[in-house]
Structures are given as C-alpha cells and as structure tokens.
Design a protein around this ligand. Structure first.
Ligand code: SER
Length: 318
C-alpha cells in the first residue's frame, strides 16, 4: 500500500485545526503536513510537522508538493463571506488563484486526491429557500459565494479533463469550540456560545428569526473523511455535495442555550451581514450525499448545544 503524504493548506483555520487532527489520527502525525500563513512562533506542539505557506505563492506551493511528495491535498484557505465583502478583490484573488494553483500542481505532480470546500454561499435570493436542491438556481451575491460557485466548476473541469480526483462539500455554517471562525455570516452561532460561558450578554448581528443551515464540526469532519474515503465511482457529484444537519434561527439557538444557562441574554442589532444571510437557504436537500456515500448527521440542536457548552466550560477552567 502506498503511504499517503497529506498536505493541509489553511491548517490553522476553523476547519483546518480539527481536520488536521483527525487526519493525523487516521494517517499518523508525520504523514500529515500542516501549512498556513501563520508564523510558527504561536503554534502548539501538536501542529507539527508544519510549514509556513502563503498559498498565493504558487512557486512555494510547488516546491512543497514536489519535495514532500504529496499524495493528497486538503485546501481550506479562503476568505469568508463577510470579510470578502470588505475586500472583494483580495477575496477573489485568494480564493480563486489558490484553488487554480492547487488543481494545476495536483495534475502536474500526480496528487491522488484533492479536497476543497464549497459552501451554502453559492446559493442566492432566487434559489429555493427550503430543502434547496443539489442542482438548481445558484446566483451567489457575495464575492465569497461567486468564488465558491466558480471553484466548483473548476473542480469539475479538472476531473473531467484531467481525471483529477477532486471532491467537495457545500458546508453549511460550522460550529466548533476549538479554532475560532473568522469573517463568516454564520459565525454568530459560534460567538454566542463564548458569551454564554463567560456570562456576558450577546449582541447578535442577524435578526432573531433568520434561519440558516448549520452543522456541528464533529459532523463536518466525519463527512469530509467519509467523502474522501468513498470509492471513486461513488462520488458522482463532481462540483460539490449539498450537506445538511441542522437549521435554526438565533432565537431557537438562544432558547436552547437558555435551558442550560438560564440568565443568558441576547439583543439583536442586524448589520450588513443580514442581507447576506437573507440571500442564503434556510435548509438544504442533501439526498445525493446520503445516497452516494451514505451521509447521515449525528448531532441535533440539543446535543450540539450541550456539547459546545460543556467543552467551552472545560477550556475556560483549564
Ligand atoms: N460559514 C460561511 C460564512 O458564513 C459560509 O460558508 O461565510
């Protein structure tokens, strides 16, 4: 059996931290090379082996892939929806150029598998709001969403033209207690927990009844590993798979938190992110992922809230 050498790009981000740890459990610590733009100085020991990489530097990326004889790449570096609206050109350059470099170099160096995340942000105001189908109207309104929609077709193009085994998921909003998210529209659903455990009131930047598709990180990591483990001929969607677990509003999330933190208070002050949220679906039809590679979420809202609060309290105490 060929020993895998896996490169994670964006390993210090919200998904990257947990995916890197999960991949290291599966393939071995030394077989998974973490990379990110972050300097090595602030990293914990479990992040090594680590390589500081600016993914827009295609030459540096090429050297890394060639010298380390990389067999799989998980390319997670991106600028998210809210940050992207503040820096549209920078978001486009980072999100697109890096993907194109990864795809091109993967073909050149015979990388066996590539994972690249897409998002619910590919959908827009005219997409179906409830049980948004795998195929239908997309029409993204953010630069992030446009880059993800275009990126999906680039992935399919490299699969069709060059046989590159690139796989992708349209993640919903991801909720986790380790790495903090940065610059997303769904991030209120992470911040709210930090306020709850610190006994601070929370000001929510979305309206109380804004329902968005969400997922607990544990489910998202398992989905990613399951998709990457699936036999090649079972991966029928070569743009990106719809993936669903939960759908809730800030109000519903607050009610669930209040069951465990009775004095917790939330006020609402919607900002520019409301418009982004309003353009996205409320729930997702993920039947293709369920049929093709057996996807099934494990965490419901109650289980997720309980686990988040428990883990954040534990982190706070240590
Ligand atoms: N969580 C992302 C964002 O809010 C969506 O994929 O930008």
């Amino acid at each position: 059996m060929v020993q895998e050498k896996i490169l994670v790009i964006g390993a210090c981000g919200q998904i990257g931290r947990e995916l890197t740890a999960a991949l290291r459990l599966k393939f071995g610590q030394q077989q998974v090379l973490a990379s990110d733009i972050q300097a090595q100085g602030n990293l914990s020991a479990d992040m090594y082996p680590y390589f500081r990489l600016d993914v827009t530097d295609a030459a540096a990326l090429e050297t890394l892939i060639a010298e380390e004889k990389i067999t799989q790449i998980y390319h997670l570096a991106a600028m998210l929806s809210a940050s992207g609206e503040k820096n549209p050109k920078k978001a486009w350059d980072l999100n697109m150029d890096s993907l194109l470099s990864v795809l091109e170099l993967s073909v050149k160096y015979n990388v066996k598998k590539v994972f690249w995340p897409s998002s619910i942000a590919i959908f827009g105001p005219d997409s179906e709001k409830i049980s948004t189908p795998q195929q239908g109207v997309t029409e993204p309104t953010t630069v992030y969403g446009i880059s993800k929609a275009a990126g999906e077709y680039w992935c399919k193009y490299y699969f069709d033209k060059f046989g590159l085994d690139v796989r992708s998921i349209r993640y919903p909003g991801l909720i986790s207690y380790t790495g903090a998210p940065g610059g997303g529209t769904t991030d209120y659903a992470v911040d709210i927990f930090h306020h709850a455990v610190e006994d601070k009131p929370f000001t929510c930047f979305l309206k109380e009844d804004t329902v968005l598709p969400m997922m607990y990180m544990e489910d998202a990591i398992r989905a990613t590993l399951e998709l990457m483990d699936a036999p090649k001929d079972k991966v029928l969607v070569r743009t990106a798979y719809n993936l669903a677990a939960l759908s809730f509003s800030p109000q519903a999330l607050t009610e669930e938190i209040v069951k465990l933190v009775p004095d917790f208070k939330v006020v609402y002050a919607p900002d520019f992110r409301q418009q982004i949220a309003d353009s996205w679906p409320g729930s997702i039809d993920d039947s293709a992922a369920r049929t093709d590679w057996g996807w099934e979420p494990a965490f419901n809202l109650e289980a997720m809230v309980k686990d988040m609060l428990l883990n954040l309290k534990e982190l706070q105490e240590n």
